[in-house]
Design a protein around this ligand. Structure first.
Ligand code: TA6
Length: 315
């Protein structure tokens, strides 16, 4: 890529004229973030291949959340509370954070953007807590995608507040029936399809042959998604997010969702770094940090080039 055309951060208009920010790294990787929802809608590797799934039927029209990419579920995951499903952060307009507090980082990359969300008067009526939610979206020189959330309780009434959270990441996969997830074996999970009853996962990698909607509890900080056909492994690293949600709507739910194509369930998988089982509680002045780092590693399990156990056990 010729340097003069290379802009690490570009502000432009996206779908439906919504404001978006395009991040680019010198080796060719890129990412796109909409201010609507603080929502990452694209992450491409240095070959220009899209790594995230966004539905062809996604609407970029408030108040509907964008179907795909990385919606941010805050201050409530799913229906775990009185708010709308997955809270309100994903259908609010975020602002550019022009004065973010210093960010401890060892990355030399300039491809990052800081966004901020504060509650509106309307939000305070449905969730009466003052907060500042700062979100940094960054591309590393190697093309990894990093999302760092910092939520601070800015209440002056001395009251703590609690919330649940998820990075509801939609990964693009070649064929869901050929994908395996490693790192969640033998863990306990709550099954959303069975009244959140608690079960223990069997010992092998997770594969998919029907609808799945599970909340894995206290998972390792690293999880791998192996896509044999694309010879690609997604490595998910997370901090401050003890749980992981795995979701695929399969055919029936796919048909029932207006903003989702009937067959699109075959080409996506949500693996969501989350804090669900134990809500996070912040006293006034306290701050929580939740970090997600995604890597797309060219690989082939069967060629032995990449043994998931090696991936999961390496730093
Ligand atoms: O994260 C899994 C889940 O909670 C599923 O139960 C399903 O509802 C999915 O999220 C999508 O939710 P949405 O509100 O975006 O339609």
């Amino acid at each position: 890529m010729s340097t003069e055309k290379f802009l690490p951060v570009e502000f432009c208009k996206g779908n439906n004229g919504l404001d978006k920010v395009v991040l680019r790294e010198s080796r060719g990787s890129s990412a796109e973030v909409y201010l609507y929802g603080g929502h990452v809608t694209s992450w491409k590797n240095d070959h220009g291949e899209e790594l995230l799934f966004v539905s062809s039927k996604a609407t970029f029209k408030p108040p509907k959340a964008i179907r795909g990419g990385i919606p941010i579920c805050f201050p409530q995951f799913a229906s775990l509370g009185s708010l709308e499903s997955h809270g309100f952060a994903r259908n609010r307009f975020w602002s550019i954070d022009t004065d973010p507090p210093a960010f401890p980082t060892n990355s030399s990359s300039k491809a990052y953007i800081d966004l901020i969300l504060r509650p509106s008067e309307e939000d305070l009526k449905i969730w009466p807590h003052s907060f500042e939610f700062r979100l940094r979206v960054a591309l590393t020189p190697g093309g990894d995608l990093m999302l760092i959330s910092r939520v601070r309780n800015t209440s002056t009434d001395g009251k703590p507040f609690s919330f649940t959270f998820a990075y509801h990441t939609y990964f693009s996969v070649s064929d869901i029936s050929e994908v395996r997830v490693e790192g969640l074996e033998t863990l306990d999970y709550l099954d959303n399809l069975q009244n959140k009853e608690r079960f223990t996962e069997q010992g092998d990698a997770i594969t998919f042959e029907s609808e799945v909607d599970k909340i894995y509890l206290s998972t390792p900080t690293k999880i791998a998604i192996l896509d044999h056909e694309k010879k690609r492994t997604f490595v998910i690293r997370k901090d401050g997010l003890p749980d992981a949600v795995v979701w695929n709507p399969w055919d029936k739910k796919a048909k029932a969702m207006a903003d989702f194509g009937d067959d699109e369930y075959k080409h996506m998988l949500c693996v969501e770094a989350a804090a669900v089982e134990k809500p996070i509680t912040l006293k006034p002045g306290e701050e929580w940090k939740g970090r997600l780092e995604l890597s797309g590693v060219p690989s082939s399990y069967c060629s032995g080039q990449l043994d998931p156990q090696k991936v999961l056990s390496s730093s």
